[in-house]
Design a protein around this ligand. Sequence first.
Ligand SMILES: [Zn+2]
Length: 302
Amino acid sequence: MTTRGSASLTIDLEDWYHIPSVCGSTFSEFQDVEEFFVRWDGRYDYLTDTTGRVLQILDHYRVPATFFVVADVIDHYPGLVESIVDHGHEIACHGLHHSCVIDSRTKEPLISPDAFRRVTARARRALERISGEKVVGYRAPNALIAGWMIDILDDLGFGYDSSVSVNSFYNKSDSALKGVSSAPYYPEQNELEPTDYRGIVEFPWPYYDIGLKIPTGGGPMLRFLGAHVIMQGLRQSLRRGHTVFYFHCIDIADDEFPNIGNKRPFYWTIKGEVVEKRILRIIRELRDRGVAVKPLREVLEE
Ligand SMILES: [Zn+2]
């Protein structure tokens, strides 16, 4: 499972209120998305237009992608997930409401293993009903991932997870990730360190190793670093094996998001237009370098 020279474009489908400062964390403004929809009466949809634009871009470059979809998007944006399916992209699971499963600071569980199993199975059922296909991929909400979560995903029949990020600045997992690089691997039982073989695969995120490991998976880093450094990291990670690149549809939104929630990410002040240009540059560079870009499900099957 080295698959050197191939990459996957992965896109998280969530809106502005799914982030931990607004919903679903120990410090959020609303306990969860359900409470948000009871109390919020302003505009909430910053997702439909940006997703349409992303689908246009993917069509234009003929890139099939993997969309990690928060399942409650199905309820609040009728037709949106269907449009992604119609364009032929893979639908994978990004949780039911995007609530944190483990605490970002202590890495202790915020819900019981049984509750995690229940909400994840429910999210997957909803996504499978829409996509008409078996959903095999998972990405943890806010990339907060633990070994015991992988065990449950494996149990539920998921084929892969893509949440682990090895870098010198943060670790959102409950493991030291000593043996992990950016290449796909089999995680140990109740652990995130690599083992010889297991039914479930982890597709970790890329990094650029210059003595310090700079995370270059995308997302907020697209705003901090720009396309050049991200591309350096992707090039290096491609030499280690298959790699992923990710962004959120709302990353390219030019509208200003509602001003609520503490610990709002300041990188949101960088315009979506700038981010879109960087995404385009990366897609073009992958194409020009002859990198095969395919959905994670396809890489898993190889
Ligand atoms: Zn997310």
